[in-house]
Design a protein around this ligand. Structure first.
Ligand code: HEM
Length: 441
């Protein structure tokens, strides 16, 4: 909306500091793909830094970032992620068994899917990236959620004195200490398991020695290990859960795509009980749906960089340290790249190669692109395939009585046996048109 009012590139004030908003794909590409360290990710404010971990990938730069990046890329490469498929399937099976219990033999039942897929994503990150279980990691997720809630109250334009002994500040510090303690227990448990568990999960790699650029063996400091775990616990849960919720909501609203997706799953899986790693690339329709959902409702809505010296971008002269705001969401909805129907759900756009690299960049671009991308894509495809095979769904009638039902992500979905007709289709359409009025969809 801002770019419609002020143009593709404009300056705005954040408190006393000017910020430059960019949405020209060519300029965005130039900034994000720069490998010379000219544009660094802007440092988080102290409260967010405490949440993410100052010595984790999100915050590090330079040589320490390169070391952490090598370790996490090794832990989350595609080969590794494909090896996790049975664990991911086991997580999804557990969730679907609970859904069946909830259904209790009924033809239809109602479900708040966002809560469900949040727990599922947390369980998958715990089992795969950390090689533990949701139960073990559960406390960290719970504490981080509380910390995030408190931290969000600090994000105003007026700086709040963080070091005053206020109740909130004390609680934030207490939460941080408890998170650190809980993570360290997980690290110790992983060290004990290592005698039997030789897998290259993130915890095992973070606690093993690595070769530095002089070829000498080195180990990460305790603080670095804890902060990296904080980063992954934080980044791994909410993002995938948001994508899954929106994809399910969109499929509930667009029954024709739900049917196409189900036909594909049945065709590709044939008589296999569950999808396996080798058939994932055959889910072409699911892949298109997923990309279209991420385009419309990208979980990371903007990226921020700061040039470390004065630079020229296109015809703009930009002073050092000016925050550059790249609105992923605006670019994903730009009618120049996506056509007049840019705000509409149309998975067919992804049946053809993309026109411009930087008109779709939900994972970022260049050296700091998302390390969790492989995991998310595999996870989300498996979850969708397994849900769609077992259930059909529409938006719940009760959502219509909550005007903010979609925006606060309490997306409820009405599930029924896929072989039955969906009588709730009209309700889905009704919600769809009210959402459009409110600027969704
Ligand atoms: C739909 C899911 C996800 C989306 C859309 C997403 C998006 C992004 C984006 C846009 C960035 C780049 C930020 C920048 O350039 O400033 C990023 C970085 C990162 N993501 Fe994700 N992410 C997702 C899932 C995950 C998952 C599941 C994990 C971990 C298991 C993860 C871990 C990270 C980390 C550690 C970084 C920092 C990389 C670095 O700076 O080197 N992400 N993510």
């Amino acid at each position: 909306m801002w770019s419609k009012m002020h143009g593709e590139t404009f300056l705005y004030w954040f408190g006393t500091k000017p910020r430059l908003a960019l949405s020209d794909p060519a300029i965005i590409k130039e900034v994000l793909m720069n490998t010379g360290g000219l544009f660094e990710r802007m440092k988080f404010d102290p409260v967010t830094r405490q949440l993410m971990g100052a010595k984790g990938l999100m915050e590090l730069t330079g040589e320490r970032w390169a070391v952490h990046r090598r370790i996490s890329s090794l832990a989350l490469n595609m080969e590794q992620v494909k090896g996790w498929v049975p664990k991911i399937v086991a997580s999804i099976t557990d969730m679907l068994e609970k859904w069946e219990e909830k259904r209790a033999g009924r033809d239809e039942f109602e479900m708040d899917v966002h809560k469900e897929v949040q727990n599922l994503s947390a369980d998958i990150v715990s089992r795969t990236v950390f090689g533990s279980s949701f139960e073990e990691g559960k406390r960290v997720f719970e504490l981080q959620e509380k910390q995030m809630h408190l931290a969000s109250q600090y994000h105003s334009h007026v700086p709040i004195p963080r070091f005053l002994p206020t109740e909130k500040n004390r609680e934030l510090r207490r939460l941080d200490q408890e998170i650190r303690g809980s993570i360290w227990k997980l690290v110790e448990a992983a060290k004990n398991r290592r005698k039997d568990d030789k897998s290259r999960n993130l915890l095992n790699l973070l606690t093993s020695s690595y070769k530095n650029h002089d070829g000498e063996e080195e180990k990460l400091e305790v603080e670095e290990i804890i902060d990296e775990c904080k980063t992954f616990y934080f980044a791994g849960k909410e993002t995938s859960a948001t994508v899954l919720t929106w994809t399910l909501v969109l499929l509930a609203m667009h029954q024709e795509w739900q049917i196409k997706a189900r036909e594909e799953v049945v065709r590709v899986c044939k008589d296999k009980e569950h999808p396996t790693a080798d058939i994932l690339s055959e889910f072409k329709i699911i892949n298109m749906i997923l990309h279209e959902a991420i385009r419309l409702y990208t979980p990371v809505t903007m990226l921020v960089r700061e040039p470390c010296k004065d630079v020229k971008l296109g015809n703009l002269h930009i002073p050092a340290n000016t925050p550059l705001i790249m609105a992923v969401i605006a670019t994903h909805h730009d009618t120049k790249a996506w056509g007049e129907d840019a705000d509409k759900f149309n998975p067919l756009r992804f049946s053809e190669p993309r026109k411009h690299l930087a008109s779709f960049f939900p994972w970022g671009l260049g050296p700091r692109t998302c390390v969790g991308q492989n995991l998310t894509l595999v996870e989300v495809k498996l979850v969708l395939a397994m849900i769609i095979r077992q259930f059909s769904f529409v938006l719940s009638p009760s959502i219509s009585s909550r005007s903010s039902g979609i925006s606060d992500r309490t997306a409820s979905i009405w599930c029924a046996n896929p072989l039955q007709e969906n009588l709730e289709l009209n309700i889905g359409r009704w919600i769809s048109s009210s959402m459009l009025k409110n600027g969704f969809g």
